[in-house]
Write a protein that binds this ligand. Structure first.
Ligand SMILES: NC(=O)c1ccc[n+]([C@@H]2O[C@H](COP(=O)([O-])OP(=O)(O)OC[C@H]3O[C@@H](n4cnc5c(N)ncnc54)[C@H](OP(=O)(O)O)[C@@H]3O)[C@@H](O)[C@H]2O)c1
Length: 361
């Protein structure tokens, strides 16, 4: 019998759900045993429920094709089959909040890709290389929920992954003012060019809610646990513009930074290349060996060449140069549906298992 932990994917038929299923094929610790989606898909074989909507480059894993899709709303039915769930359902924020807590209350840990709980004060929002210690707030959340092993943990928005890790690597130089423009791929909206043909040869200067997330979420990641809640940092100001561009996968960020301490270019590059965290120390299965890399070529990072660096889990940085108004500027690139969505959540779950928060039921 398999000793892997049994995993359910809530929203498994959607784009992020499909990415979870692809990433978990042959995972050494986790096995997808259960898939849940809307009542429209419930009762069907997974392959039939997805139909022509499979959006991954790799084929659908054979092991999931015959799984009968369950209804996300039948919480007990889903929860009794699994050790924990990944959440990628698309419902209203209030519905997602409620359903994720309902799963947690069945003593089923929820690792969520959704934004609904990102500002719930006792829910950790974690990039495992940056703030693994925030998982400690789970003990306070469990008290609130009245659970012994059930809780919700989330990963942050895809847009921040192209610059927040870089600013973290530069913490010793005290960045305090940041201007960022993100150029975001259409898969971030759950779309391909087939279902969003208007995006070909086009740019749309608006992504609902994205600028607020891009400005505020890094502060929560750099925050501290005080009195059982996460208190965001307040020593960095970020302003952003988020633009949708005709790219399938990969969010690029053009960033300007002011520092309190003046680093040299070489110090900044060394800090990027040498930055690593708990996932690298523990050699978690999805951890990139090199979390952030600096590219010297003037025309890198490029989406077409670099988005899959470290299987989509690494961050690419280039074009670091002095600025005439700010101190330094650079360009970052990360994979929005791998590091920025499902892959980031899988790494969180691996960290939670390593920390003892996720166990077999
Ligand atoms: N795409 C990204 O890169 C990305 C990044 C970060 C966060 N997110 C967030 O992740 C979530 C999923 O995104 P996505 O792009 O994967 O969306 P999607 O492709 O539209 O998939 C949505 C999933 O939710 C299910 N669903 C929809 N309405 C439901 C309902 N009323 N009750 C229960 N299940 C329902 C769908 O099931 P059916 O197939 O049965 O309809 C499907 O499994 C969203 O909240 C999105 O904002 C996405």
């Amino acid at each position: 019998m398999s000793e892997k932990l049994k995993v359910g994917i809530l929203g498994g038929t959607g784009m992020v759900g499909q990415r979870f299923i692809s990433l978990l094929e042959n995972h050494p610790w986790f096995e997808v045993t259960t898939i849940a989606a809307s009542p429209r898909s419930a009762g069907q074989r997974y392959e039939d429920a997805v139909g022509g909507r499979w959006k991954m480059d790799t084929p659908m894993p054979a092991a999931v094709k015959d799984i009968i899709v369950k209804n996300v709303n039948e919480v007990e039915e889903v929860a009794k089959e699994v050790d924990f769930v990944f959440s990628a359902v698309d419902m209203s924020k209030d519905e997602i909040k409620a359903i994720e807590e309902a799963y947690a209350k069945t003593e089923t840990p929820v690792v969520s890709n959704n934004s609904a709980h990102r500002w719930t004060p006792d829910v950790p929002m974690v990039v495992p290389e940056i703030n693994p210690q925030h998982m400690d707030v789970i003990e306070f959340q469990k008290k609130r929920l009245g659970t012994t092993r059930g809780f919700v943990a989330v990963k942050p928005n895809c847009s921040i992954q192209s610059y927040a890790p870089v600013l973290t690597a530069w913490k010793e130089f005290e960045p305090y003012e940041v201007v960022v423009t993100t150029y975001q791929a259409i898969s971030g909206a759950g779309k391909t060019f087939k279902d969003w043909p208007e995006m070909e040869h086009n740019i749309i200067p608006f992504i609902s809610g994205e600028e607020e997330k891009s400005e505020k979420e890094p502060l929560r990641i750099w925050g501290e646990i005080k009195d059982g809640v996460i208190v965001p940092a307040d020593d960095v100001k970020i302003t952003s513009q988020c633009i949708r561009v005709p790219v399938l996968n990969g969010h690029t960020a053009a960033v300007f930074v002011k520092f309190k301490k003046q680093p040299t270019k070489q110090q900044l590059i060394d800090a990027i290349n040498n930055f690593s965290g708990v996932p690298q120390e523990l050699k978690l299965p999805s951890a990139p060996k090199q979390f952030i890399r600096y590219m010297e070529e003037d025309n890198r990072p490029q989406v077409a060449l670099d988005v899959d660096y470290e299987n989509g889990m690494g961050i690419n940085v280039g074009r670091l140069r002095e600025d005439s108004i700010y101190d330094w500027k650079f360009v970052g690139l990360s994979h929005n549906t791998v590091r920025g969505a499902a892959g980031g959540a899988v790494l969180c779950a691996e960290l939670l298992k390593a920390q003892g928060y996720i166990t077999a039921k």
